[in-house]
Design a protein around this ligand. Structure first.
Ligand code: FES
Length: 181
């Protein structure tokens, strides 16, 4: 079993986080995030480390970690592909996209490819409903208006560790200029 520990520098950073709050509870989220960035996940042993470091019960840390899909409660692939399957994305074909992605990578949602490169997750609304269907890559880059071609391009890019470029999307689309009165 891996021995999970924070370094002296990381503990000093955690002390600064704790000092911002009247008690350690609110520090759980940023410290879980720190832990995930360091270890790649927050498996139960990592949650225990966070609990011990913040002098909280493991149950409290588990309660926070288990609420958010953004915290990985088990080891994941290098790239985690979160396909939104909430209402707007669903109405724009999110399940077709999800199943196509599953077929392309040879795994189901919730699984990781054998080479450890990709995991797929079906997730709740990512707050980009206007750009449906969409997905997020490892809690970071959004890929909007997914098509089969776009999925191929993204997967090929990620195999070479290239994240897709940020896609600027105008806030107001296809609106006619208002008529003057
Ligand atoms: S429903 Fe998919 S981003 Fe909101």
């Amino acid at each position: 079993m891996q021995n999970y520990e924070f370094t002296k520098e990381e503990l000093a950073k955690i002390d600064k986080i704790i000092a911002k709050y009247p008690n350690p509870q609110p520090a759980v989220m940023p410290v879980l995030w720190m832990a995930q960035e360091k270890f790649g996940h927050v498996e139960p042993e990592v949650q225990q480390l966070v609990a011990k470091t913040l002098d909280l019960t493991p149950a409290h840390v588990y309660g926070v970690a288990s609420f958010y899909t953004q915290y990985y409660k088990e080891k994941k692939g290098k790239y985690v592909l979160d396909v939104c399957t909430s209402f707007s994305c669903q109405a724009c074909g999110a399940y077709d996209t999800l199943h196509e992605l599953e077929e392309k990578l040879g795994i189901k949602a919730g699984e990781t490819t054998e080479d450890g490169m990709f995991s797929i997750q079906s997730v709740e609304c990512l707050g980009a409903c206007g750009y449906a269907p969409m997905m997020q890559i490892t809690n970071d880059v959004y890929v909007n208006h997914l098509t089969s071609e776009k999925l191929d391009k993204v997967i090929e890019g990620l195999k070479q560790d290239k994240l897709p470029e940020f896609e600027p999307i105008p806030l107001v689309q296809n609106r006619e200029p208002a008529e003057e009165k």
